[in-house]
Design a protein around this ligand. Structure first.
Ligand code: SAM
Length: 329
């Protein structure tokens, strides 16, 4: 098989899969309070997700991340992880997921048994009231218990926090201190203009350069050469196990090294988080089997955009209409 190389010479090694667009939280920057979700009949069946993922692995993908929506609220997610775990060591180097942590306590051991070794857990505040405000109804205790269970099960935890002006910006140094104390990594994320929410994201946009200045006042940070082919740059908190990542697609653009594509819950393959170009893998698989799937994947690679076009401007609306939960954050 031809390797998964796009028209700009970038080789695709990383597949992100949104296994459900539903979530049990309603983070203000991510979703509107009243969201309309896809009918369950529109979702890919577990078997279809597995066949598509396995095809990507056969064609050179080395890393798969399950996301959503909240991946751990999909009823058959455990079976999916077990099945994809069998690909580890057979082409796949890493199977991981991004979760809000609310169901991590019940899933952590099974994830580890299936071969998952690292998870990203989203956590924007360590203050229970603030956490509830940002998520609209989340219970911080449940998430902290989930994170503790993940660590006990042997999973390395990376905390993802969206840096939010006026909401958690003053707390980011404390969040990093907590990660250092607990032995977790931390990635800070700039708000991205994806999907309509109930407030104007500009009001909450905090450039990570500003967040970084505060962190440098308190922590000795050394540049770390780690790269994932994504928009993150990394630092190490000197003398600790904690790596700090800054994901700043708005103030820095790393599309030249992009190595990823994204499969949605309904089987669309999006070639860029910040553009609308996509191919329908569900239809291709149902109509043409694996040959049809391969042809659709090749077409997708041919149309993968050179770069996203994120801009954040007052009253400007989102760059793309779909929410992060559709394409899988
Ligand atoms: N439910 C899971 C979770 O909470 O991690 C996985 C899906 S969530 C969409 C994945 C990540 O995207 C989370 O860290 C979330 O904070 C982030 N996110 C969602 N909407 C975003 C936006 N508009 N800009 C930046 N990050 C966003």
């Amino acid at each position: 098989m031809a390797p998964l190389t796009d028209a700009h010479g970038r080789t695709i090694r990383y597949l992100r899969i949104s296994v459900t667009d539903r979530c049990d939280l309603r983070c203000r920057y991510c979703m509107a309070e009243k969201m309309t979700f896809l009918p369950r009949s529109a979702l890919l069946a577990l078997e279809e997700i597995a066949v598509i993922a396995e095809r990507f692995v056969a064609r050179g993908v080395r890393k798969i991340r399950l996301s959503g929506g909240e991946p751990l609220i999909r009823r058959d997610v455990g079976e999916l992880v077990d099945r994809l775990g069998t690909q580890l060591g057979h082409g796949l180097d890493e199977l991981t997921l991004t979760t809000n942590g609310t169901r991590l306590a019940e899933h952590a051991e099974r994830l580890h048994r299936a071969g998952v070794r690292r998870v990203n857990v989203s956590l924007d505040s360590l203050d229970p009231e603030r956490f509830r405000h940002i998520t609209r109804h989340g219970d911080l205790r449940v998430v902290l218990d989930g994170i503790a269970a993940a660590a006990r099960a042997g999973l390395r935890v990376k905390i993802n926090a969206v840096a939010l002006k006026g909401l958690n910006e003053d707390e980011l140094p404390d969040l990093l201190a907590w990660c250092v104390a607990e032995g977790h990594d931390l990635s800070l994320i700039e708000t991205m203009p994806l999907g309509a929410v109930d407030e104007d994201r500009v009001d909450r946009f905090l450039p990570l350069t500003a967040a970084m200045r505060r962190l440098e006042e308190r922590f000795p940070l050394a540049r770390d050469s780690h790269r994932t082919g994504g928009p993150a740059r990394y630092w190490r908190v000197a003398g600790t196990d904690t790596r700090l990542g800054l994901i700043s697609p708005l103030t820095a653009n790393f599309c030249d090294g992009c190595n990823r594509v994204r499969l949605t819950t309904e089987g669309k393959l999006y070639l860029c988080l910040g553009q609308d170009d996509q191919v329908d893998l569900k239809a291709a698989l149902r109509d043409g089997g694996v040959a049809g799937l391969d042809a659709a994947i090749d077409h997708g690679l041919a149309i993968k955009p050179a770069r996203h076009d994120f801009r954040i401007g007052k009253g400007g609306g989102p760059a793309v209409a779909r929410h992060m939960s559709v394409t899988g954050g």
